[in-house]
Design a protein around this ligand. Structure first.
Ligand SMILES: NC(=O)c1ccc[n+]([C@@H]2O[C@H](COP(=O)([O-])OP(=O)(O)OC[C@H]3O[C@@H](n4cnc5c(N)ncnc54)[C@H](OP(=O)(O)O)[C@@H]3O)[C@@H](O)[C@H]2O)c1
Length: 298
């Protein structure tokens, strides 16, 4: 008889709802003081259909009474125009959080524009000052997606001390910060982390060392059971819109080939409904931190 396993699905919805309820109490206290927080999302070269990430971030903020606005620039916009807008938003007292939607078109320098954002309003935690703070384990804004992954892992795995974690993908918004957070010398963390990328040799055997495998590469269904150690916990950060979804079927899928990986892993995050809701929950939590830092917490 074939020995098959069916992995548990690690839904993020419940945990995200808990975090959002806590955040809502903070926003209610802010509103009671007559303050309406503001969030600005800046996009460059967005397609006419719009960006689903931008929509879900704005909606989540608005549900908390935040005035969310999207500043859309065409793909041909200049460095000076983007610089001027980010500086203007940084100086605007009605805007408490700024998100610069990445990636930018190749003619725009991401590093320079991330520095255009006032660090206190940098709710994505990507300004070099905030990056320096999280690398040193200091308080400050941290990227929301890795915080969400960490929370899911804490809830499912408990203490991560000494766990072998392999992360595939080293982006500044997901893989790299997650590698830093997981390896932090802090109770419950202290994991042993390997960060993989497109130049990693023999990725399959490196990935199979993982007790926890996190995938953030932006390639649909790229990671199959061949990359997974039996019993591993797999976190799928990727999200891709299925071009022609079957009627009534899912409209999104991840970097992980769920059908294949489910028979080997002990637990897998579903797409959608796994990491996505956690990202949004931690983003609004970051926004609450930003508002309180600028308006004072009471
Ligand atoms: N659920 C959420 O809330 C959320 C949040 C953010 C992103 N995402 C999704 O997560 C995915 C990744 O996004 P991202 O922004 O982190 O990634 P990204 O900036 O596109 O970077 C991809 C990373 O994967 C590596 N990579 C690509 N192909 C690879 C391969 N075949 N083998 C090994 N490594 C490979 C790249 O290596 P190099 O560095 O060598 O190029 C790079 O480090 C996307 O689907 C994105 O939409 C979801």
């Amino acid at each position: 008889m074939k020995d098959t396993v069916t992995a548990t699905l690690l839904w993020g919805k419940e945990a995200a709802a808990e975090i959002r309820a806590q955040v809502k109490e903070r926003f209610d206290r802010i509103a009671a003081r007559g303050i309406q927080p503001g969030l600005a999302i800046v996009t460059v070269g967005e397609t006419p259909a719009g960006n689903p990430y931008v929509r879900s971030k704005s909606r989540a903020a608005e549900e908390l009474g935040v005035r969310a606005r999207v500043e859309r620039f065409p793909g041909t916009t200049t460095e000076d125009a983007l610089h001027a807008k980010l500086r203007e938003l940084s100086a605007d007292r009605g805007v408490h959080g700024i998100i610069l939607q990445l990636p930018l078109p190749s003619h725009l320098p991401e590093d320079r524009h991330l520095e255009d954002i006032a660090p206190i309003k940098d709710v994505d935690g990507l300004h070099p000052l905030n990056v320096g703070r999280w690398v040193h384990g200091l308080p400050g804004h941290r990227p929301a997606t890795p915080l969400g992954v960490l929370e899911l892992l804490r809830r499912h795995c408990g203490d991560l001390t000494g766990k072998r974690v392999v992360i595939i993908g080293r982006s500044r918004i997901v893989g790299r910060p997650l590698s830093v957070f997981l390896s932090e010398r802090s109770p419950g963390l202290n994991a042993t982390v390997t960060l993989c990328h497109s130049a990693t040799r023999d990725l399959k055997s490196v990935a199979r060392e993982a007790e926890i495998l996190v995938v953030a590469i932006g390639r649909r269904r790229a990671i199959t059971s061949e990359y997974v150690r039996p019993g591993a916990v797999v976190v799928d950060v990727g999200i891709h819109e299925i071009p022609e979804p079957p009627p009534g079927g899912p409209r999104f899928e991840g970097d992980v080939d769920m059908a294949s990986v489910r028979s080997v892993a002990s637990a897998v995050t579903p797409v959608p409904g796994g990491v996505g809701p956690m990202t949004v929950a931690f983003l609004v939590r970051n926004l609450a931190d930003a508002v309180e830092a600028q308006e004072g917490a009471r």
